[in-house]
Write a protein that binds this ligand. Structure first.
Ligand code: TEU
Length: 538
């Protein structure tokens, strides 16, 4: 069986390769560029690297539309480059997990032409003229705007795509599909890869009747569908069970609930080690992510508390604020400045679960100032703009996925040292003061704060195993909680606001050792704006 639970004390760093580091001046990050930065990642102290997709792809959805699962897109390099990178990662005692995107392939994958029954094909709706609006087999809407069915004039039928029309959904009901995926996964594990982040993996089981959904929302018929646990348990048997080395699997599961996550991550069920849930990153928008709203800290504290309590005894949490789909948390939940970046990091990393650091989060990288629609690159954003027009620009700027995809800011040289060519997307102009070189040189930087948080997780068992108890649950500005394990207690207090805040905790704590802090306080019982502290007593 897999060597259990090593990942409970691990920290994962997500690399978005196209924006990380460009070694050949084509303006796009690549594998050799990552290899050149391994010492930086090692210095930060992370244990696992998660690479967003680097497989051959037409890049319709930035590589999440794969046309060959067992090669490297020439933009990023070659399989030899990959093997050298993997060796470099392992030589530094780190692990590398790949992004597994198997709910759908690219429409340019040979499978789409060779195996019609590996996908979802349906005739037009009863009594409707094929190819006319409204004739789609279901009323489901795509994550990228428009219907989830693309008409194929040649066959007179439609194929299903929950995402872009160039991302046809695989039909997991077909055992040939499942076998082909397992074979591919084993090929990567045999190559030395240490596991997978599984893209929208809770969408692979659909209600085969493909019924309509309320107002076009078909999600009840494709999220955590009837055979999802069966498929994941079969995958575990066919791919992971026989291997006796430290592996990590994390399932990305939009819409997953605590109760469902308990089943997915219960080790006795042998499905996945942890999941990415989306409740906390859904609290500051309406039914659509473009309905921008302010975060209510009380709702966030209640949500995180529910996930901590729900998986306290069985199962395991992932912990994230950022990824390549989310706006930069320091701009979204913080005030854009370094102290709030440190405090958001402290709050997240002191929860019980495995933390994920997204490239640049450790520098306090911020959302970018997209002046016009021409500055954006992401299909989700461009399709929404095509529907909603320039009136949507403020929402696109606040919540567009490109905020996370501007180039990693390495130093104050042109293009932030990301490339000596022309970057595929503009570098954030604030790179002159927010960059890795400056951060590594400044002991008070966000980088060193994250390094200390990671070091604390590696040295303090209470961070990994400690029971979580939320304090001051009704305080609208202070996020406070304790962790307790085998006689050691930690108290985390954070002022999630721009105003000083009174600290209503047992005063005995205020004389205890402070293990990590941001500074900026105005006295023991008062937290300064965005100030946080972690006390320890045993
Ligand atoms: O994202 C899953 C997903 O649902 C996202 O579309 C997310 O909910 C949305 O973007 C929030 O704004 C995964 C990948 O992370 C994403 O990059 C891909 O576009 C998507 O699946 C399809 O592969």
């Amino acid at each position: 069986a897999m060597t259990d639970a090593w990942w409970k004390s691990a920290v994962v760093y997500q690399i978005y390769p196209r924006s990380f580091s460009d070694s050949d001046a084509d303006g796009i990050g690549d594998l050799r560029g990552i290899e050149e930065r391994l010492d930086y990642l090692s210095a930060l102290g992370v244990d696992v690297l998660w690479l967003s997709p680097v497989y051959p792809s037409p890049q319709d959805d930035a590589g999440y539309d794969i046309s060959d699962y067992q090669d490297i897109d020439s933009t990023f390099g070659t399989l030899e480059d990959f093997d050298r990178l993997l060796a470099g990662v392992h030589a530094r005692g780190m692990k590398l997990i790949m992004d597994l995107v198997v709910n759908h392939t690219s429409d340019e994958h040979p499978w789409f032409r060779e195996h019609r029954d590996w996908y979802w094909w349906r005739p037009a709706r009863e009594g409707m003229e094929p190819g006319t609006p409204g004739a789609e087999p279901t009323n489901w809407r795509s994550f990228f705007s428009g219907p989830t069915w693309e008409f194929d004039p040649e066959s007179g039928e439609y194929y299903l795509h929950l995402f872009s029309r160039k991302q046809p959904d695989l039909n997991w009901e077909n055992p040939e599909v499942r076998h082909a995926i397992h074979t591919m996964m084993n090929w990567w594990l045999d190559r030395g890869v240490d596991g997978f982040r599984m893209d929208v993996i809770n969408m692979i089981s659909k209600d085969t009747a493909l019924p309509d959904g309320p107002g076009g929302d078909g999600s009840a018929h494709y999220l955590c569908g009837p055979r999802i646990h069966e498929f994941l348990q079969e995958m575990h048997r066919e791919v992971f069970a026989g291997r006796d080395r430290k592996l990590l699997t994390v399932g990305e599961m939009p819409g997953v609930t605590v109760e469902q996550a308990l089943r997915f991550t219960d080790p006795a069920r042998a499905e996945v080690d942890m999941v990415f849930q989306f409740e906390h990153v859904g609290l500051d928008h309406g039914p659509s992510k473009w309905d921008v709203q302010e975060l209510d800290l009380l709702a966030l504290k209640a949500c995180m508390n529910r996930w901590q309590a729900g998986l306290a005894d069985v199962g395991w949490n992932s912990l994230y604020w950022n990824n390549h789909d989310q706006p930069r948390v320091v701009s979204r939940f913080g005030d854009g400045g370094p102290r709030s970046a440190k405090t958001l990091g402290t709050v997240l990393h002191l929860h019980r679960g495995t933390p994920y650091v997204y490239q640049g989060e450790e520098l306090g990288m911020t959302n970018a100032p997209f002046a016009s629609i021409g500055d954006f690159r992401d299909i989700e954003t461009l399709n929404h703009h095509a529907e909603a027009g320039d009136g949507a620009l403020p929402a696109l700027r606040a919540r567009g996925r490109d905020n996370a995809r501007t180039p990693m800011q390495w130093d104050a040289s042109p293009h932030a040292g990301f490339t000596t060519g022309t970057p595929w997307i503009a570098v954030n102009p604030n790179y002159e003061h927010i960059n890795a070189a400056a951060a590594v040189a400044d002991p008070d930087s966000v980088f060193h704060h994250y390094r200390r948080l990671i070091e604390l997780r590696h040295t303090e068992p209470c961070v990994v195993h400690g029971d979580f108890t939320l304090l001051m649950p009704d305080d609208p500005a202070v996020y406070a909680f304790t962790r307790a394990y085998e006689g050691t207690e930690l108290l985390v207090v954070a002022n999630w606001s721009a105003e000083p805040a009174a600290l209503e905790v047992d005063p005995a704590w205020l004389g205890e050792e402070v293990v990590i802090e941001t500074g900026g306080g105005s006295g023991a019982a008062t937290l300064g704006p965005w100030e946080s502290r972690v006390y320890r007593r045993s």
